[in-house]
Ligand binder design. Structure first.
Ligand code: PLP
Ligand code: ZN
Length: 364
């Protein structure tokens, strides 16, 4: 594959070997491909291995670290009078969609032969990085807020990774970056890492392939740092530019009421309510905020906010329907109901909703 690592703000190309997590101008980096002349044959993809690595032309890494990520089921339901497709990404190896981003990022770490990685996370990304690292003999140090669910912290520790508990999500990030400057471990923080989105975007490739190389009308996506939303967009856009699908779906972001920077940037007001149960949705300053807002506007999407009351209400809905997902993912069911109620989604519309995190990790 031909690709370049670039700063989208000043259009400078960055050398991969330096492994900087952001450009000197402060912007996160992105991976760009030369799609002209690239031929992707759906028939050939069909014959390839049953994992996200089947889309190798659009992944900037060799498969060096893998636990069998991707190719999760897409199940059709008629909830909320929609033609709804649930993408069961909580069935990934460590129980969340993060494994897509981690597999690509850690493969890159292995390519450059770094001995250890540093990550900051509210839980799922930390678990994912910890297990992918340990499976490849790479050391991991994970900075987490101390109020992360105890089950998630226990899982990280069980992998053999070192865990540093911090006072807040923000402190976890600051300490992780400082530690990386002082040690020979490399910072792979998923809020910034460009390879992470190259992994998350494969969810769009799979949805399109599972629908027979079509895209749905809309996608309803939980957003914290935006790696999933931006990955979906990048994946669908690349397929569109390659002529493999006819449209990019409308992207509807879901945020928690107590931490809704995307909602605030879009509508200029702060929502009220508490969403402490959605522990995966609490990034106050997403580095890619402008990109997220631009993407939502470009696809004619919007942002829906949910709170603990909504999460409680739709927890029993999700469980009774057979989906053992964590509260952060339950926000999606609440948002789908609101979107239909408020006329944001029309009855009968084709909508995809990724179910991002397993509920088995939060059992006390
Ligand atoms: C289960 C789950 N869903 C969604 C998200 C949001 O992902 P992103 O940070 O890519 O917006 C997270 C983030 O931690 C998560 O753990
Ligand atoms: Zn720059």
């Amino acid at each position: 594959m031909t690709y370049r690592l670039v700063c989208p703000k000043c259009r400078k190309e960055i050398s991969e070997e330096n492994w900087v997590y952001k450009h000197s101008c402060g912007s996160p980096l992105t991976v760009e491909y030369d799609l002209n002349g690239l031929k992707i044959d759906p028939g050939e993809i069909k014959r390839r291995e049953w994992s996200l690595w089947r889309y190798k032309e659009l992944i900037p890494a060799e498969k060096l670290v893998s636990l069998g990520e991707g190719c999760t089921p897409l199940v059709e339901r008629d909830f909320f009078a929609l033609k709804l497709y649930l993408k069961l990404d909580y069935l990934n190896p460590t129980g969340s969609f993060k494994d897509r981003g981690t597999a690509v990022t850690l493969s890159k770490v292995a390519e450059f032969k770094f001995s250890g990685v540093i990550e900051d996370s509210s839980g799922n990304a930390g678990i994912s990085v910890a297990y992918y690292a340990s499976s490849a003999g790479i050391k991991a140090k994970i900075f987490v807020p101390k109020d992360a669910p105890s089950g998630k912290i226990a899982f990280i520790k069980a992998s053999g990774a070192e865990v540093v508990e911090c006072n807040s999500r923000e402190e976890a990030h600051e300490k992780a970056v400082k530690e990386a400057e002082l040690s020979d471990y490399v910072y792979v923080g998923h809020l910034w890492n460009p390879y992470f989105i190259e992994g998350t975007k494969t969810i769009a490739f799979e949805i399109a392939e599972q629908l027979g190389w079509r895209t749905p009308d809309a996608a309803v996506v939980p957003v914290a740092s935006g790696t999933l939303l931006l990955g979906l967009y990048k994946g669908f856009k690349e397929l569109y530019e390659l002529g493999l699908v006819e449209k990019v779906p409308r992207l509807i972001a879901v945020q928690g009421a107590s931490c809704a920077p995307v909602y605030e940037a879009l509508y200029g007001k702060k929502p009220s309510g508490c969403s402490s149960l959605a522990d995966g949705l609490r990034v106050k300053n997403p580095p890619r905020l402008n990109e997220i807002v631009r993407t939502i506007k470009e696809t004619q999407g919007c942002c829906i906010v949910v709170d603990n009351y909504d999460i409680h209400l739709y927890s029993s809905f999700a469980y009774k329907k057979g989906f053992i997902v964590e509260p952060t993912s339950i926000t999606v069911f609440a948002a789908l109901a609101k979107a239909v109620e408020e006329g944001i989604l029309d009855k009968g519309e084709e909508v995809v909703a990724p179910l991002t995190g397993s509920g088995l990790k939060i059992v006390e």
